[in-house]
Design a protein around this ligand. Structure first.
Ligand code: CAO
Length: 433
């Protein structure tokens, strides 16, 4: 037997209307008793609101920026009836992390009888894009104080290996990360800070918060952009024949309940090129001295969602046919747009495809999705006159933009990779070789 209970903000001392700064769980998540569900942060203190019992989170009715006081309902959870008594004993928030040892913070600490809890949340993947759109319950596991300090210092917690209990990131882990960066282990670039400008002096303005996905992905994109020496190799593929074949297979795809867009063919061609150039299907070890060669072919596809960019990963693309890949791409992009992707669905990619082909524009410079070594940007195919040796012929040309990590991949190899990829797309029979 199970029942649904309301989850309320417990006693948080004298604090009222405290803003929600983080959502730590999503509806559908399995929740342990006292697992933190949301984080509240006043100008004096940070508190996590824990689950009153173990069970499944049914709804979470608050969002970042909402202001909460004691007794406010934040959602509902389904628990087994036996847990009922636990539910009534709503635990107090996690201990307050003081920004500064002042009176208000000390007072709030005193209303937190429950000792700091470690939850079962897994620590986040070390893959930067993997955390795009990841339910926040899968964000790195760290105390509010560590998270707050990291935010203030502009340091993402992704990729930091927590040495605390159950992988929790400790103060010391954060300190070590800062030291490593200062010693050149991270981006370590000293850049002038941006000037603070009051735009309202020039005209009417409105300040709008970035989406959660953008807040999470921004630091990773920034880190990848400044810490990886990127070069982008441009190329193009004549996909006239491929497009004729694609059109001829439209009915078959529809019968299978899917749509076969050029991206599906490109996934197949990418796998063939990764097989031909295995060092593209690899990652650098953190000390930068070795390559971890992958024997599997999991391809990430960047999906544009209302909240921002996320990168679900299609696994074992070498073992799947075009229809199966099309079905998976459609299903994953739909789930991405509905915000339903799980963290696991965004992990483990070997190589990413970023397709703007359905929109327009020409070549661009995609940012490598570290720890991958390369990313393929695909733009809209257009008809162009191509010299056949005797005459100009109208051919459907697909622009390709391959950004690669120059620490591992030389320019010559990148040009070979793009040439190989184009050859696969120009004559699909090569994919059978
Ligand atoms: N050239 C010409 N037409 C193309 C094309 C290309 N390269 N790629 C797709 N199209 C066509 C499709 O065939 C489809 O047309 P039809 O319905 O007539 O067949 C139409 O464009 C729309 O395609 P789509 O975008 O719905 O589907 P897709 O499989 O091409 O792409 C996905 C799927 C998830 C990659 C895409 O929807 C998306 O989100 N793209 C944006 C990714 C992004 O923002 N990248 C930038 C990241 S910054 O590095």
């Amino acid at each position: 037997m199970s029942k649904v209970i309301e989850i309320r903000v417990p006693d948080i001392g004298d604090f009222v209307k405290v803003p929600v700064i983080e959502i730590l769980a999503s509806p559908g998540d399995s929740i342990e008793a006292e697992q933190s569900l949301i984080t509240l942060e006043s100008d004096k203190a940070t508190m996590e609101v824990p689950a009153p019992a173990s069970g499944t989170l049914v709804t979470l009715t608050v969002k970042e920026g909402d202001e909460l006081s004691e007794g406010d309902v934040i959602g509902t959870m389904e628990i087994s009836s036996e847990e009922g008594t636990v539910a009534d004993e709503v635990p107090a928030p996690e201990p307050v992390e003081e920004t500064q040892p002042d009176v208000a913070a000390t007072e709030t600490s005193s209303i937190s009888p429950t000792p700091s809890q470690d939850t079962e949340r897994t620590s986040a993947s070390s893959e930067p894009f993997a955390d795009m759109g990841v339910p926040v319950s899968d964000l790195p596991h760290a105390s509010p104080g560590v998270r707050k300090l990291a935010r203030e210092l502009g340091i993402g917690l992704d990729g930091i290996v927590g040495t605390g209990r159950k992988g929790r990131i400790t103060d010391e882990d954060l300190t070590q990360q800062i030291k490593a960066r200062m010693n050149g282990g991270g981006a370590g670039l000293a850049v002038a800070s941006a000037p603070v400008i009051d735009f309202s002096t020039f005209g009417e303005i409105e300040t709008v918060a970035l989406s959660r996905i953008k807040k999470i992905s921004g630091p990773s994109l920034h880190r990848n952009w400044v810490s990886i020496p990127h070069v982008t190799q441009f190329g193009s593929a004549d996909i006239t024949g491929m497009e004729a074949f694609r059109q001829s297979q439209k009915a078959a795809a529809e019968a299978a309940g899917t749509k076969m867009t050029p991206v599906v063919f490109i996934i197949k061609a990418v796998v063939a090129s990764l097989k031909a150039f295995p060092h593209f299907n690899a990652s650098l070890t953190p000390d930068g001295t070795q390559l971890i060669q992958k024997k599997y072919f999991h391809v990430g596809v960047a999906v544009d969602t209302p909240g921002g960019l996320v990168v679900p990963v299609i696994r074992d693309c070498d073992q799947k046919g075009l229809i199966e890949l099309a079905q998976e791409l459609t299903a994953l992009s739909e789930r991405a747009r509905e915000g339903k992707l799980s963290a696991d669905e965004m992990k483990g990619g070997c190589f990413t495809i970023s397709s703007l082909g359905g929109i327009g524009g020409r070549e661009f410079t995609p940012i490598i999705n570290a720890p991958e070594l390369a990313i393929l940007g695909v733009s809209k195919a257009t008809m162009a006159p191509v010299w056949s040796g005797e005459a100009f012929e109208p051919r459907l040309m697909l622009p390709l933009s391959l950004s690669y990590d120059h620490r591992v991949i030389d320019g010559a190899d990148a040009a070979r990779f793009v040439t190989h990829l184009s050859a696969q797309l120009e004559d699909l029979r090569r994919l059978l070789m």
